[in-house]
Design a protein around this ligand. Sequence first.
Ligand code: ADP
Ligand code: MG
Length: 250
Amino acid sequence: MLKLQNISKHFTGKVVLEDINLDIQAGEIVSLLGPSGSGKTTLLNIILGLTQMDHGKIFFDGTDISKLSMKKRGFNIVFQDYALFPNLNAYENIVYGLRNKKGSITKQELQEYIDFLELNPHLTKRIGELSGGQKQRVALARTLVMKPKILLLDEPLSALDGVIKESIKDRIKSIAREFQLTTIIVTHDPEEALTLSDKILIINQGTISQFGTPQEIISQPNNDFVEEFILNQLHIKRNNIYKLFGEKYA
Ligand code: ADP
Ligand code: MG
């Protein structure tokens, strides 16, 4: 449903993305995984339509959308820093994007998203009064009420820890499943990518190191970078992999 073809991008003399090709199926959760500075956010912003690519094409359901504006593409993003409006309360943030889109969502649907993210007790609170996990849920609700054709998330878990991180992770998974929503998630954390996604695109210095399911990446790493980044650098030990994926991959 989303196809990236030969995408390249440079910033002032520096190549940031080189010949990226990717095929994403409807309803899939795909992680863009790589170290800091590898080009993940740039690729996400190119898909969104916020950043222009130098070369390449993007197809959505077979149609070339490379030249379409961000608005016409109809994808939506949760930015890494959430980008909520501090002078509005939680509810006003959630409905902000709907102000020029009357009739695009019923009251009942809006309430379903709010219920799903358990935001009822927080609706009249200012953003400054919310915890990190609550802010993330408001940011998710604000994006979901726009009914995006694709949900884009930039490091959605990086500001959270422990139990909150796990609960938002589960929530993202169930959003994708419940609303049949194709979801692309940027992360630098291999464990996050392995436990959250149907498929993972591993990026190293702007090029694709590997694209595959978590199982494929663990059992058949394409190269030394994948092996080291996934297995060694971030301390994913054999017994954790066993726990995650069973004996076959340990
Ligand atoms: P990641 O999200 O993987 O950490 P980014 O896509 O943010 O990486 O950045 C990739 C590279 O592109 C980095 O070297 C970064 O400094 C550079 N870069 C990103 N945005 C800009 C910009 N607007 N202008 C110049 N360089 C940029
Ligand atoms: Mg980034």
